[in-house]
Ligand binder design. Structure first.
Ligand code: ARG
Length: 464
C-alpha cells in the first residue's frame, strides 16, 4: 500500500492542519511578492545541497540528475517570465520546490532531505548580499575614479575652505574632492569586512539543531564559494547581524553621499555658484520658468533617510528574538533589498554625474577675495619671525578688524599700516598673503598644496 498523497494545492505541512488559513492570513504570512528576487541564489543553494546529498549516498544519482534537469527548466521559465509565482506556496523556496516536484515527481520531494527553509533562507540571503556587495564595490570604485579624474583637472583650482560654513583657508578643489575619495575608500573596506564575515554557510543547520543525515557541509561551502561553515546551528539559522552590518555600512555610504549632495546643492545656488550640474540631473519648476533644481543630489540626501530607517528596522527586528529562527526574520528582506537598490541606483547616478560637473573657477576665486582666507598665513609668518603664536593671532585679528572697517583685504593694506600691528612684518609678507602662496605653503602629505594634491592623486589611483 502506498502512503496517501496530498493534493497539488496543499501546503507542505497540510497533514498537521485541519483548516486552511484565510486569504488575509495567507497574504500576511507570505513573502513570495518580495523574496522571489532571490530565486537564483535559492536554486544555486539547492543544487549544491542536492549534489552533496548524492555524494554522501543520501540521494540516488538518478534523482540528482532529475533535480538538475528540473532546476535548469525552472531557470528557463523564470528568466523568460513564464514561471507562475503562486501566493499559495508562500515563499520562493516552496514555489520552486513545488514546481520542481510537478516537473520531476518524487525526486523533487527528496530535495528537502536534511534541510529546512530556515537554513535555506539564511543561505539565500547571504548569497544575495554577497552578490550585492560585489556590485556595490564596483560602483564605489567607479565613483572614486570619477572623483580622482575631476580632482586631477582641479588640483590647482583654489576655492575657500570652510569651517562652520565661514571662509577658513584657501584649499584646492582637487583636495576637496579627494576628501570624498577617502570616505569612499573606508566604505569599501567596511563592505569587504562585512562580506568576509557573512561569507559562511548556514546549510546543515537544518531547522535549528542540525540533521540526522551524514551530510558534508564543507563541500557545500566550497561549491557555493563560502569561506567556511557557520559553527553553531542555532546561530546559523537565526542571527541576521550580517544584514544589519550591511545596512550600517550602506548607511555610512549614504551619509557620505548626502554630505557631498549638500555641497553640490549649495555650490549650485546662484548665491555661491561654484558649479553647475548638467541638465540631465536637474529638473525645472512647473510655475517658475527660470528654475533649474538640483533634484538628484536633493533626492540622494533624502533617500539617505530611508536607508537609516532600514538599519533601525533590522536592529529592532532582531533585538527581541529568542533563539532560534522566528518568523520575524522574514521581515529582514524588504529593508535589505531596498537598501541595496537605493545604494546601487544612487552610486550609479553619482558616478555618471561627477565627471560632468561644470566647475566655475572664477566664482571660486572671487569667493576667496572675501573672508580673509590668508589670515592664518599671516599669523604663521609672524611666528616664523619669532612671535609666540597667541600674540601673532591677536595681532592679525586686529589687522582683520581694520580691513573690515575699510572693506579691503589684508593684502590691500600698505606695508607701513601692516607694520602698525607688528613691527616684525616686512615687505616679504605679500608673498605670504597671496592665495597661491598660502596653498603652496601647505606642502606635506595630506596638505592642500597643489604638488601634494597631485601626489595624492597618484597614490589614490594606485589604490583603486
Ligand atoms: N520565508 C521564510 C523567511 O523568509 C522562510 C523560512 C520559513 N521558515 C519557517 N519555519 N516558517 O524567513
Amino acid at each position: 500500500m502506498t502512503e496517501p498523497t496530498s493534493p497539488e494545492s496543499a501546503k507542505a505541512w497540510s497533514g498537521r492542519f485541519s483548516e486552511p488559513v484565510s486569504d488575509l492570513v495567507k497574504r500576511y504570512t507570505a513573502s513570495i511578492a518580495f523574496d522571489q528576487r532571490m530565486w537564483r541564489q535559492d536554486i544555486r543553494g539547492s543544487l549544491a545541497h542536492a549534489r552533496m546529498l548524492a555524494r554522501q549516498g543520501i540521494l540516488a544519482t538518478g534523482d540528482l540528475a532529475a533535480i538538475e534537469q528540473g532546476m535548469a527548466a525552472i531557470t528557463g521559465e523564470i528568466e523568460s517570465g513564464q514561471f507562475n509565482w503562486n501566493l499559495d506556496d508562500e515563499d520562493v523556496h516552496l514555489n520552486i520546490e513545488k514546481r520542481l516536484t510537478a516537473l520531476i515527481g518524487d525526486a523533487g520531494k527528496r530535495l528537502h532531505t536534511g534541510r529546512s527553509r530556515n537554513d535555506q533562507v539564511a543561505t539565500d540571503i547571504r548569497l544575495w548580499l554577497r552578490d550585492s556587495i560585489d556590485i556595490i564595490d564596483r560602483l564605489l570604485r567607479d565613483l572614486q575614479e570619477a572623483l580622482i579624474n575631476l580632482a586631477e583637472i582641479h588640483s590647482d583650482t583654489p576655492l575657500p575652505g570652510f569651517t562652520h560654513l565661514q571662509v577658513a583657508q584657501p584649499i584646492t578643489f582637487g583636495h576637496h574632492l579627494l576628501a570624498y575619495f577617502e570616505m569612499l575608500a573606508r566604505d569599501r573596506e567596511r563592505f569587504t569586512d562585512c562580506r568576509r564575515r557573512l561569507n559562511r554557510l548556514p546549510l546543515g543547520a537544518a531547522a535549528l539543531a542540525g540533521t540526522t543525515f551524514p551530510i558534508d557541509r564543507e563541500s557545500v561551502a566550497r561549491e557555493l564559494g563560502f569561506e567556511a561553515v557557520c559553527e553553531n546551528s542555532l546561530d546559523a539559522v537565526s542571527d541576521r547581524d550580517f544584514a544589519i552590518e550591511f545596512c550600517a555600512v550602506a548607511a555610512l555610504v549614504m551619509t557620505h553621499i548626502s554630505r557631498f549632495s549638500e555641497e553640490l546643492i549649495l555650490w549650485m545656488s546662484p548665491r555661491i555658484s561654484f558649479i553647475d550640474l548638467p541638465d540631465r540631473f536637474c529638473t525645472g519648476s512647473s510655475i517658475m520658468p527660470q528654475k533649474k533644481n538640483p533634484d538628484v543630489p536633493e533626492l540622494a540626501r533624502g533617500k539617505t533617510g530611508r536607508v537609516f530607517g532600514h538599519l533601525l528596522a533590522l536592529l529592532v527586528l532582531m533585538k527581541g528574538q529568542p533563539l532560534a529562527y522566528n518568523k520575524d526574520n522574514q521581515e529582514d528582506k524588504e529593508p535589505l533589498f531596498d537598501t541595496a537598490d537605493t545604494l546601487i541606483d544612487t552610486l550609479r547616478i553619482f558616478a555618471d554625474m561627477v565627471p560632468d560637473i561644470r566647475v566655475k573657477p572664477e566664482a571660486m576665486a572671487a569667493a576667496l577675495r572675501q573672508g580673509y582666507a590668508t589670515a592664518t598665513d599671516l599669523a604663521d609668518y609672524l611666528v616664523k619671525k619669532g612671535l609666540p603664536f597667541r600674540d601673532a593671532h591677536e595681532a592679525v585679528a586686529r589687522a582683520v578688524r581694520a580691513c573690515e572697517a575699510r572693506s579691503c583685504d589684508l593684502a590691500d593694506l600698505p606695508l607701513d599700516e601692516l607694520r602698525s600691528f607688528s613691527s616684525l612684518i616686512g615687505s616679504d609678507v605679500f608673498g605670504v598673503l597671496t592665495v597661491a602662496g598660502s596653498l603652496a605653503a601647505r606642502n606635506h602629505v595630506g596638505g592642500t598644496a597643489p604638488a601634494q594634491v597631485r601626489a595624492a592623486i597618484a597614490r589614490a589611483r594606485s589604490r583603486l
